[in-house]
Design a protein around this ligand. Structure first.
Ligand code: ASP
Ligand code: CP
Length: 305
């Protein structure tokens, strides 16, 4: 495969290949002889124009576990700050012949734009509010380890969906897996285009989460808000925050997922920390294996093929 910019053009077979390979890497995590030569001699360039903790670290560890060299470009220490354009930056870095680029950008469409200036495959690590494909892949894989089939299951996406690239990456995959998707949040944080997404929209939390099998929670992504879209953070928490009591009363069987970072006391109550149904740290852990799978496949080095 070439670039990985969106989950929209992935087939169910693509998804299965990623999850099979991620499981393979998880099962061989102690077996460096099997994994450490897969990307030997390859150079991976991480270009992060926006902050990240888990995506950046897990991609770096994934690349190193597969034996690749990793180069870092971070905006704060770069010549972008001296007025160099993004295009000149990419043309400059091309001279070091990276085999793959991992790119995170605050503005939607940056990853597509960069495909014009480099021949190597680009993997999106989060592109404005457009897509975060590896997160969508790892989230669905994590859930499948707890709900062996997602077909017909009630999956709720709760919170700031409007600004969420993660939701936009999960929805195409969840739809292909046959989930019944409900979006819930304040009207101002539910995208108008949701009507085209094959989802049910229910702004009342009590109705949306009743009987849910899993709930993906999203933080208020203030860095992408251009105006005040909710009355206050306290009101958001009171009405749309998921607490232990709401979970217990409305959907005690529901698995709780969140891409992180969590703002405790806002989208999730403090009493949801350490909740037995929470898969949040498992998502982080599985992210490593999914990103190993993505790098191996993008570079044409899938050991299962
Ligand atoms: N970390 C995820 C992202 O970069 C989710 C978030 O920041 O809320 O999209
Ligand atoms: N989930 C996620 O993308 O986290 P970071 O922003 O910390 O990378």
């Amino acid at each position: 495969m070439s670039h990985l910019l969106t989950t929209e053009d992935l087939s169910l077979t693509d998804f299965q290949k990623f999850t099979e390979l991620a499981s393979f890497f998880e099962n061989h995590q102690k077996d460096s002889e099997t994994t450490s030569g897969i990307l030997r001699g390859k150079t991976i360039l991480q270009l992060f124009l926006e902050d990240s903790t888990r995506t950046k670290i897990s991609f770096e560890l994934a690349a190193k576990r597969l034996g690749a060299n990793v180069l870092h470009f971070s905006i704060s220490q770069s010549s972008l700050n001296k007025g160099e354009s993004l295009k000149d930056t990419i043309l400059t870095l091309n001279q070091y012949h990276p085999d793959t680029w991992i790119i995170r950008a605050p503005r939607s469409g940056t990853c597509h734009l960069l495909t014009q200036w480099t021949k190597s495959p680009i993997v999106s690590a989060g592109d404005g509010q457009y897509q975060h494909p590896t997160q969508g892949l790892l989230d669905c894989w994590t859930l499948l380890n707890h709900l062996p089939s997602i077909k017909g299951k009630k999956i709720v996406l709760l919170g700031d969906i409007l600004h969420s690239r993660v939701a936009r990456s999960q929805i195409p995959l969840l739809n292909k897996l046959g989930a019944k998707i409900t979006l819930c949040g304040p009207y101002t944080l539910l995208p108008k285009s949701a009507a085209e997404w094959e989802v049910h929209v229910e702004p009342v939390l009590e109705k949306a989460v009743a009987g849910a099998d899993a709930i993906f929670c999203f933080r208020l992504q203030k860095e992408r808000m251009t105006s005040a879209l909710i009355p206050s953070q306290q009101e958001f928490h009171r009405i749309w925050g998921l607490t232990k009591k709401k979970h217990h009363d409305l959907c005690p069987q529901a698995w709780i997922l969140h891409p992180g970072p969590v703002n405790w006391g806002v989208e999730l109550g403090f009493d949801m920390e350490d909740h037995p149904k929470s898969l949040i740290l498992e998502q982080v852990r599985r992210g490593l294996y999914m990103r190993m799978a993505v790098l191996a496949r993008v570079l044409g080095k899938d050991p299962l093929v």
